[in-house]
Each structure stands twice: as structure tokens, then as C-alpha cells.
Design a protein around this ligand. Sequence first.
Ligand SMILES: Cc1cc2nc3c(=O)[nH]c(=O)nc-3n(C[C@H](O)[C@H](O)[C@H](O)COP(=O)(O)OP(=O)(O)OC[C@H]3O[C@@H](n4cnc5c(N)ncnc54)[C@H](O)[C@@H]3O)c2cc1C
Length: 380
Amino acid sequence: MPTSKILPYDVIIVGAGINGCCSAYTLAQAGLNVALIDQDGIAAGGSGAAGAFISPKISKAGELKEIMSQAHAEALEFYTTHFPQFTLTKPLLHIANSPQEADKLEHFKRETTLQHSKIDDELKSLLTSEASVDSYIYFTEGAVVDAQGVCEAMVQEIDFYPLKVEKLIHSDGVWQVGELRAKHIILSIGAYPKLLPIDYVGLRGIWGHRIDIITSTHIPCILHHHVSISPTSKEGIVAIGATHDVHYSPFTDEPYDREQGRVQLLEKASKTLKLNNINIINDYTGLRSGSNDYLPMLGSLVNAEATLLKYPHLKHGERVDPSEYTYYPNLTMINGSGGYGFVLAPYLAKRLKEFIVEGRAIDPILSPSRFFPRWAKRQS
Ligand SMILES: Cc1cc2nc3c(=O)[nH]c(=O)nc-3n(C[C@H](O)[C@H](O)[C@H](O)COP(=O)(O)OP(=O)(O)OC[C@H]3O[C@@H](n4cnc5c(N)ncnc54)[C@H](O)[C@@H]3O)c2cc1C
């Protein structure tokens, strides 16, 4: 922990997952003096567990699709340019795992501008009969990053403080966290307990598990089916992962059944292809945090109490322009990336930098305040 430079920073970032690390990197590149805090270390939460595929989201036309395609293009460019040593590029085979997904996938296939082709016989011969008959899309260009490695590389020049933040104080125009001071604060704490009374922000944590294995089966591409199976940037290591447990929460006393998780991952992987001589060498678990409308969140946070005092009729459904709400000053949340944290992080960090450094407005569609009016109406 740096000791010589307690005061003051331009920005304090709470949470060193991919969102916190990528924001720290991008803001520091823009010349800001950044302090990064995490209770458990770098990429210790959902980010460390991620398969970290830079995959397009298979979705139908709409705002979500537009944001995700832009984010996907920016992420491919970002990781391959700045962190090539942690990025493996491979073709990506996405196989639909349900009739509903097949429908979405066929629709996506007709509209996408991303290059894709038919799979060749060699790849076909690896797949199970279930995987071969299903609807698929085979992208020429996919990528997977080393989750831990890339997060650590992003913040190697940043002052890191291993602290659990209990309280945020804003006084005389400055945010205080323990002994640290900064004008701006960024909250990138994923699905962990909120540090402010912001019940209107609907976030759902879903538990995931990834295993790194060694197998004698050669896997020529990234595969998404019932689980993700992929070679990694670490020679000889194959990752199998999924956020597949919607019931488990690490915030209860109940322990996670790791053995059961391993069995489930391998069972699901076996529906796609046969993996021979498997040796599991590591497990990674964590929560990913998704928003209720699947769009990520980037923006200022409404101070609910102050806003309801100012506009009590919000409780009766009166419409108030969001620019009139009271916001926590110089505080920005970055969260809600769901299963696409690594895809979205460069896109969100870039817009965060434009907002803080250049004063450019963030697209209101990303604002966490989008959930506020509906919540306020329920408070009557
Ligand atoms: C198994 C699995 C597979 C995934 N696969 C992919 C994938 O292939 N591609 C992809 O793009 N995404 C994937 N994801 C999703 C991705 O991991 C998440 O979207 C991403 O990790 C979210 O990052 P984050 O920085 O917002 O949150 P997190 O990584 O959860 O980071 C939050 C951090 O905040 C810290 N923190 C919280 N509260 C405090 C506090 N009070 N004081 C100090 N520190 C605090 C925590 O310790 C934690 O380190 C996957 C997720 C999982 C679990």
C-alpha cells in the first residue's frame, strides 16, 4: 500500500474488478491521479472468475444490441492493441442451447455485419451429435483475455489500497474514504452490498464458476453452448465456465459446493464435445452483477431522499425531468454488465473518461437514474 501519497487524488475508485481496473487505466492514461481500492485484491470478485470472452451478444435489434455491438468492436480493438500478451484471438463457435436461442441466433445471423462462415469437417467431427444438429454461428474473429492477468496489467502503475470501504463521506467538495481524498469517486463494486441508500438501483448477482483444465483434446476455437469451453492465452490450458447458479449467494453462511459445480460444468461441456484425460488445475468462483433491463449502468447516482423531499409528488407518479433530480456530487457508478463485463469495460471506461475529463454527457440510456421514477412511485 502506498504510504507517501495519502492526499489528494483526482479520483478514488472503489472496486478492482474489470470495471474498476479498466476505468483506472483509462483515467490514468488521460493524466488523472487515481487511487484504486478493493477489499479482496485485484480481480478478486466476479472478474477473476470470468472466462473473459470478448464475444458478441446474440440479441435482436434494439438499444441493447447497438450498445453491445459497439462495445464488442471497441473491446476487440482495445485488448488486442494494449494488452496483446493477455489476449488470445481464435474463431468463435456459438451454438444455440434452446429453441428460443436458436430463433434469436438465426435472426442475428441474418443481420450481423460480423464475418461468419460454416464450420469445417474437422471441427464438426469434434462435436457431439447434439451440438452438430443445433443452430450455430461461427465467427471468424473471437477473443478471450486472461482475466486476472489483464486486470493486474492495467493497474500496475496505479496506487492500490487493500481496504474494505464501509462509509463514503463527502465534505467541502471532497470525497473521503479513510485517509484518502479526491474530488471524484467511482463505484465499481459489482453485486456487493451497496454503500449508499440507492434501493432504486436494481442489480442481480448471479454466481458463476470457471475451471481451468488440462486435456489431451485439442480445441481449435472458442465454444459457447451450454457452457463456454475455450483454449486460453496460457499455453495448454482450457477454461470451462458458466454463470449457472442463480440460487447461490456468497452473502449467506451456506458454503458453495465446489465439487458439485465442477461436475455440472463437465457434464454440460460433454454435451458439446468429448474432452479426454481431464485434469482440473484451478477453480475460480464469483458473482456477476446484471441490471434488470440488461443494459449496463454508467452515470451519476440520484440522492433519493433529497430528491423526494424536493419533489414529493414523484411518489404519486408525477414526472420530473431527470436533470432536476438531486445527485451525489462527482460520484459515478459503473456496474450492471451482466455476463459481458470484459466486453463492456473499455466502452464504459472510455465514456467515463469523456464525462470526467472532457465534461461530455453520458448517454442517458446508461444512467442508473433510469430506475428511479418507478421506484419513487412505490414509496407512497
Ligand atoms: C463464471 C463467470 C464467467 C464470466 N464470463 C464472462 C465472459 O466470458 N465475458 C465477459 O465479458 N464477462 C464475463 N463474466 C461477467 C464478468 O465477470 C462481470 O461482468 C464483471 O466481472 C463485472 O466486473 P465488475 O468490475 O463490475 O465487478 P466485480 O468483478 O465483481 O468487482 C467488484 C469488486 O468490488 C470489490 N468491492 C465490493 N465492495 C467493496 C467494498 N465495500 N470495499 C472494497 N472493495 C469492494 C469486490 O471485492 C470486487 O473485487 C463472467 C462472470 C462469471 C462469474
